[in-house]
Design a protein around this ligand. Structure first.
Ligand code: ACO
Length: 354
């Protein structure tokens, strides 16, 4: 059976830099608060009316395709991970396929909705297809455009200051080399935690998961059919933004990150000391630092760039991996662990040799 290698990697972040100072002009926050709690100094926002999630994805994909030494026509499957798709449906995968001029080959395009764990979940899916010989050049993209769906009033500050826009992409190919490729992937979820980090409205839930909350639905007498997806009340009260129980997320994340990293290492007979590089999902610098300390990893074993980009959710791991590789911090044969935790809650890890 083949193993799966990353044959090409690339990332794209929008030009517009938004500092903490910039945000403090729209909401009651400060550079000091944001840096102290999250480590974030600035993030990027995409160009309004020009860039979308799939366009950011296409820009990263072009770089990954070129670095893999192939053309868009060689790609035989697309996996697109995002929580901020251009449309509710169809998914951003087909839109990116169109932008890259790949539609004529009619290859499959799969969108996955695993939030911060999207890239690791996508990598695991791709790995299964490559190992069995079904596909030879899978394009896996993680891309996000958070800036379009955030609350820029003081009410939204607990969430808004954390997130940024960007995209990362890899080309995955089969390899028969001994010291190269994905060794294992480990995926987990706990749906009991779903609402602790969620973007709930508009949606088709009809209030079923939270009967206590008044969503402003019409009674059956007022409206026999429909009327549930987006109500006037949601609209008027701005009940259509992501919400996060930050303290709860923090507590869960600092437990699950080390556990899932250890799971990957132990399955392959390794210890944290063997790692050349841990690329954690860039959730919050404090979470990464906590994990580093808990696992007794040196500074040079953990890559962080959340300071520059904020949390880019499904894009954060491929952007960080791409930057680490570009900086020469990851070389052929190096042991690299990718680890993610996020909404769902979902979490996962991948251990690979570069
Ligand atoms: N600027 C200034 N004040 C703020 C801001 C802000 N941006 N946001 C919240 N506050 C205020 C709150 O209103 C509150 O004020 P109060 O005491 O008067 O009520 C005070 O700061 C403390 O708020 P908390 O939410 O309790 O702050 P906390 O110390 O928990 O820090 C944070 C919030 C940074 C989100 C923290 O809980 C955290 O790091 N959680 C982890 C969640 C995370 O990293 N999510 C990333 C996305 S999920 C993922 O990728 C896994």
């Amino acid at each position: 059976m083949y193993k799966t290698k990353i044959a090409g990697i690339g990332h794209y972040v929008p030009e517009q830099v938004v500092t903490n100072e910039d945000l403090s002009r729209h909401m009651e926050t400060s550079d000091e608060w944001i840096q102290e709690r999250t480590g974030i100094k600035e993030r990027r926002y995409a160009k309004k009316f020009e860039e979308t999630t799939s366009i950011l994805g296409a820009k990263a994909a072009k770089i990954a395709i070129e670095r893999a030494g192939i053309t868009p026509d060689d790609v035989d499957f697309i996996i697109f991970a995002t929580l901020s798709p251009d449309y509710y449906f169809p998914g951003s995968g087909v839109l990116m396929q169109r932008q890259l001029g790949m539609s004529k080959n009619e290859i499959g395009a799969l969108d996955i909705r695993n939030q911060c764990s999207g890239f690791v979940y996508g990598l695991s899916i791709a790995d299964q297809f490559i190992k069995t010989g079904m596909y030879k050049n899978i394009l896996l993209v993680g891309a996000e455009m958070h800036s379009f769906g955030l609350d820029f009033s003081t009410r939204g500050r607990g969430v808004t200051v954390i997130f940024g826009d960007g995209a990362g992409a890899v080309i995955l190919q089969p390899t028969e080399e001994e010291n190269q490729g994905i060794m294992s992937t480990h995926l987990h979820a706990d749906g009991r935690e779903a609402e602790h980090l969620a973007f709930i409205n508009p949606g088709a839930h009809g209030g079923v998961h939270n009967p206590e909350h008044d969503y402003g639905y019409p009674t059956k007498e007022e409206n026999e059919y429909g009327g549930l997806f987006l109500t006037d009340k949601m609209w008027e009260e701005g009940d259509y933004y992501p919400n996060m129980n930050g303290k709860h997320v923090f507590k869960y994340a600092v437990t699950k990150f080390p556990a899932v990293i250890m799971e990957a290492l132990q399955q392959n007979g390794h210890t944290p000391q063997d790692l050349k590089m841990l690329i954690p999902h860039q959730a919050n610098l404090r979470i990464s630092q906590f994990v580093q300390k808990r696992m007794k990893l040196r500074d040079d074993q953990v890559f962080n760039n959340i300071q520059k980009y904020g949390n880019t959710t499904a894009a954060s791991i491929p952007i960080a991996l791409s930057e680490a590789w570009e900086a020469g911090k990851i070389q052929r044969g190096d042991l690299v662990c990718l680890a993610a935790f996020g909404s769902g809650f979902t979490w996962g890890s991948a251990l690979l040799q570069w």
